[in-house]
Each structure stands twice: as C-alpha cells, then as structure tokens.
Write a protein that binds this ligand. Structure first.
Ligand SMILES: Cc1ncc(COP(=O)(O)O)c(C=O)c1O
Length: 423
C-alpha cells in the first residue's frame, strides 16, 4: 500500500464485544496479577483507528518505505532453500549468524560484543520481561526515568517490583536526582535492583541523555552497586545520523543492553536482543528456554538474510529522513498553534514529543474532548508508576503524514485553549 493510500493513522483493530460474565476464576489468580492492567494506550486503539481522528497516540513505526516486494521474494526463497532449518526449533540463545550480525550493528554505537553474550529475544519487550523476572522479587525497587516506557512499567508491575522515578530535564536523566533518590532509598532500607534507562530519543519524553552525564550516571550506579539496563531501540534513528556513546560500551560489566529491529526494520517480526555480562547471559538463556524454548527461527533467519542482502543502513537512513520530516512538521505546528503556557521537548531522533500543558488542564480528563475534536494523544499518566503525568501528554509523530500532524496539532491546540478558557 502506498503512503497516499493509508486511510487512517492506525491499523484497524478488531473490537470484541464487552463481556459481563462473572469471573469464576477470580479467587485463583496469583497475587502478582493484581499489578497487571491494560495499557492506557492500547485501550485507545479502537477510538483512534477511526479515519476522522488524527492519532498522535500510538507509536507505530512507519513502514511505508520498506521494500515489500523484495522482502516477499526473500521470504519465499528462505522457505524454499532453507526451510528445513528456518522452520525447525533453534537454539534458545538465538540463531548464531544473526547474533554475529547483531554484534556488527552494536559496533555502530561503539560497543564491542561477542556473539556468545547476545541472547535473541521476541522483541526487546521480552528482554525487559526476562530481566525483571531474573532480578526482582516482590517489593524490590527499580529506578526508571519519570516518565518511562509504558511497556517496561507493565513488566515491572507484573513482577510486583516497585518503581522509583528519577527526574529528567532536556538533557535526560539528572545525575543529582539519581544520587539523592538512591540515598533516600538506602536510608529507607530498600533494595534497588537496577536502573532502567532509555538514553536516546526517550519514549515518551523525546529527550537524549547528554554525553557528559553518561559517565557520571555509570559512576553513581557503580558506587551504589546498582546494575544498569540500557534500552536503546531508537539509537540509530538520530536525525543527523550521529550515534551517542553507549552506556554499555563504557561499562560492559555493569550494563545490560537491550536492542531491537522493531524501529529499524520491522516490528512485526518481533526480533530483539539482550547483550549481557556472561553470568547474566547464562541465566537469561535459562529464562528464555522456559518462556519460549527458542525465539522464532523463521523471523531470525528473515532478519539475518535481510541484513545480508539489503542495504539495511540505507533503509535506516530513509526511515530517519521520514521521521525527521514528521518531527519538523509537528514542531512547527506546535510553535504555530499551541496556547501560551504550553511547553514541549525537541527530539533529535525517534518518534515522540512530550507536551506539558498549563496548570489547570488535566491531560487525562481532557482526552474525551480531544477525541470529540478528532485528535488523540497518550495521556502522561500512563508513563508514571506513581500517579504523575496529569499535566503531560505524549505526541507520536512517527505515523501520520506531515499534513495530518499539522491538522492534529491545530485541533489539539483548540481543545487546550477551550479548557483554559473554561478554567
Ligand atoms: C523504549 C522501548 N523499549 C522497548 C520497546 C519494545 O520494543 P520491541 O518491539 O522490540 O519489543 C519499545 C517499543 O515501543 C520502546 O519504545
């Protein structure tokens, strides 16, 4: 489908009729299921898929630039030529030739990696889930930026880990805040298991951790004996093509790195990876085995073949250009339309702008009125584990056309202005 034919901002989702049956199993669920809840963003899908609504809510990668014809030929060849391997069970750690290619990719960010220390996962989401399973007992504390990635918060909650948010500014995580949070938790006798951080083009905040803060953050974590989990799915999507010094490259023994092909190739293949110190990697392989036996062999071979046969770096450049055009469109629309008192971040890569509305406007309560005005966004509350984010929202610019982005922001600004007029 050509981009001009894309009728909506989101794929159509099947809506199931609401069921009101009594849950006969209610008293059987494990205690940890109490922390599981539907993501606020996923709950919006059925609304935002209506064609009249400009959705700034979901974070769908824009796949229009993918070479679908050659990918389908490649897939057919893969099954015809290597089907007996590609359709068979594989290693729990992942297909060896893919792990080698993954090491080359991490080399672009200055990371020296050995394929033996890479574990292929079903998206980096599975990596996050396994790490939490490995490290967290109920009541353990995970540090995460405030706001943080909603999927990570979901995993943390499902293992009954508690999240302590550490503030960010335009330069990313604030080292002094990290230090004081660790001191406070230490004084309370709390056990901090790891710092979860998204250093580049943060989801949802859109900011990037300043290079000079990186060694300091690593030093603080070392001093407090806290492991670092570096989640970097957007790292190669800098609009000027630059890469940032990876935390893993600077401290390989104390940083676990999460990578993904979801934003640089195809999210639907569900191929991600974890690079971990050897001892952690061994435990991860055991956890992966118990979760899935092995990650899907077919999609790993697909990614591996794509990397061998396509100009994948050229493809990433094309993605970057598409996203940069959209970033420019949304930022210029924000400049043009947003009422006084609103502020927003300026992303140098990735998919997201984080918008703060003036006091007196509650972004979550305002959403139904925005949808009535045919624009949707992700309220900030979904990105905090502690009830914060009422004055914030995430605007995703990755999927709509620049014209739709412009129109969506114009509508949103009108809704915010009328809230201000009424307050
Ligand atoms: C920061 C972050 N981490 C992890 C993920 C999960 O990605 P994957 O598709 O590789 O599971 C996402 C997806 O949006 C993300 O934004």
């Amino acid at each position: 489908m050509k981009s001009s034919e894309v009728p909506t901002d989101q794929p159509k989702q099947q809506t199931t009729p609401e069921r009101h049956d009594v849950d006969r199993h209610a008293d059987r669920y494990a205690v940890r299921t109490g922390g599981m809840k539907a993501s606020e963003i996923r709950a919006l899908f059925s609304v935002v898929s209506r064609p009249e609504v400009v959705s700034l809510a979901g974070g769908m990668p824009n796949l229009n630039a993918l070479p679908l014809d050659s990918l389908s030929t490649q897939m057919a060849e893969l099954v015809a030529q290597d089907g007996l391997t590609a359709l068979q069970y594989g290693s729990a750690q992942g297909v060896p030739q893919l792990r080698e290619r993954i090491c080359e990719i991490m080399g672009l960010e200055g990371i020296t990696a050995n394929p033996d220390d890479v574990v292929v996962t079903v998206g980096s989401q599975m990596g996050l889930d396994m790490l939490t399973r490995l490290f967290c007992d109920p009541g353990d504390v995970i540090l995460a930026e405030g706001p943080s990635y909603v999927g990570a918060l979901g995993s943390f909650a499902s293992y009954q880990a508690e999240v302590a948010h550490v503030s960010m500014d335009d330069q990313g995580l604030v080292p002094e805040e990290l230090r004081s949070t660790l001191r406070r938790l230490h004084n309370q006798g709390r056990r901090v298991k790891f710092l979860y951080t998204i250093p580049n083009f943060h989801n949802p905040a859109g900011v990037t951790l300043a290079a000079e803060r990186r060694p300091e953050i690593l030093r603080i974590c070392r001093e407090h004996d806290v492991l670092v989990v570096e989640d970097n799915p957007y790292g190669l999507l800098a609009f000027d093509g630059q890469t940032y010094p990876s935390l893993r490259a600077a401290d390989p023994d104390n940083v676990v790195y999460l990578g993904s092909f979801s934003k640089t190739f195809a999210a639907g293949l569900r191929v991600g990876w974890v690079l971990a110190p050897s001892a952690v990697r061994e435990k991860l392989v055991l956890a992966a085995e118990s979760a899935t036996l092995c990650p899907p062999t077919l999609t790993q071979h697909m990614v591996s073949k794509y990397l061998d046969t396509h100009d994948w770096q050229g493809q990433i450049k094309t993605f970057r250009e598409n996203y940069r055009e959209r970033r420019d469109a949304i930022v210029s629309a924000l400049d043009q339309y947003m009422p006084a008192g609103c502020s927003w971040t300026y992303p140098d890569g990735g998919f997201y702008v984080w918008l703060t509305v003036p006091e007196g406007v509650d972004a979550k309560a305002m959403l139904p009125r925005a949808v009535d005005a045919h624009v949707a966004y992700a309220p900030g509350t979904g990105f905090y584990a502690d009830g914060g984010g009422h004055q914030q929202m995430r605007l995703s610019y990755c999927y709509p056309t620049p014209e739709r982005l412009q129109e969506g922001v114009r509508r949103l600004a009108g809704v915010i202005q009328s809230e201000l007029d009424d307050s």
